[in-house]
Ligand binder design. Sequence first.
Ligand code: ATP
Ligand code: MG
Length: 460
Amino acid sequence: MRMTLSEILVATGAVGDVGERGNPVIESVRIDSRSVAAGSLFVCIPGTRLDGHNFAAEAMAKGAAAILADRPLAGLPAGTPVLLVRDTVAALGKLARSWRERVGAKLVAVSGSAGKTTVKELTASILGKVGPTAKNYKNFNNKIGLPLSMLEAGEADLTWVMELGISAPGEMDPLAAIAEPDVAVIHNVGPAHLEALGDVAGVAVEKTKLFKALRPGGTALASMDYPELWAAAKAVCPGVLGLSTKGGSAPYRAKYLGAISEGRGRFFLKLRDLEMEVTTPLTGGHFAENILAAAAAAQILGATEEHISSGLATAVMPEQRFFCRRHGNYTLIDDTYNANPLSMRRAIAAAAESAQGKPLVLVLGEMREMGSHAEAEHAKLGGEAAASGAKAVFYHGAHADVVAAGLSRQGYAGVFAVVDTPDAFLETLATTGLSSGVFLFKGSRSMHMEEYLAALTQSI
Ligand code: ATP
Ligand code: MG
């Protein structure tokens, strides 16, 4: 971003004056004093553990040009420009919107229960072929991360691709109001964050509130493959356009055609009248909906067949999202970034499909934030693991007994072991004699299943 302090004052509705240091041009906004660059605006965010207001002096010492705070602060150098607002998080959102107005950027908003970051990367890669494009930094997708990401966009970035993440009712409206998308896409819904959102229909209702914030003339896209999502989308936005990976009458369709090499897949796309085949660094049928969402959104903003084809072919995928590689006799699938029942089920099915006769080994961690659904969802997980034909299932975390019961209900005859450390995993694996095959590693973020993958990689 690039705005003068007095413009920021107006944009945020702050009181205060720009100080005795003139009216500096601000080119970055920071909330972490450790990352303050010379000339940044430091926004004090009261967090649950730490209060940013306590770091304002440190930010100034590091060269910040001004402070945005919700109270007057002591201990700042004389003449420090302090902009006062009632709510610094809300002010951050207003500032991001104002920056967007100035740039005049078109914005694609991506939501969905599993794969937002993947869709965001794919969409940005395609639109990057059309012209300069900005996207969220990593996974910065909440009411703080979204505006910070928008403020990172440069003046020349005329397209912004932003993922929006929610985990509780009431979160989508304020987030969507910051984004005001030109194109909004929801490519799936599943049992994620059920602790707060209740059930899949509740997830769909909350997510589709995104469509209410569309700019005039904007386009809503939603998957027709998820009945709860499609019903909620239609209710909010009758003109919503359908995406489907199951054929039917949707104007936008996709199909997985298989892997062409380790970690590279081929997909068929039908984007209204345009039919094409693409390759991209993703394998597995579950990614068809991500690729479709990205291609459809990008096409609506002017991407041609060539842009779509080269954007998907050259996309760089974020790490730990079903990343397949060969290591000796092993195919290791690193899907350790996160897990919910939807992404878990899809990952197991895709790993099983890719095994093609080779032994399949599942190294799974607990799915967190499931509230009262935890037992039922872990029982289902056991059933899905059994149905996958896995030779061994290693499990780390709570609800192991329920997973075991789910496995045995399906007549599972393979190895099942609870392994609460990477060492325990290696020791038990050694006793099974399984020294080749396809190994899937996946669990909720806090289960750190990447440590299990690293332990195996180091041992072979
Ligand atoms: P977060 O809510 O943490 O921001 P996200 O929605 O951005 O997550 P990603 O980070 O892209 O999603 O992927 C999260 C996990 O979901 C990864 O393990 C990834 O492999 C898996 N995943 C991605 N797309 C799909 C899909 N369409 N179906 C099922 N699982 C998916
Ligand atoms: Mg994400």
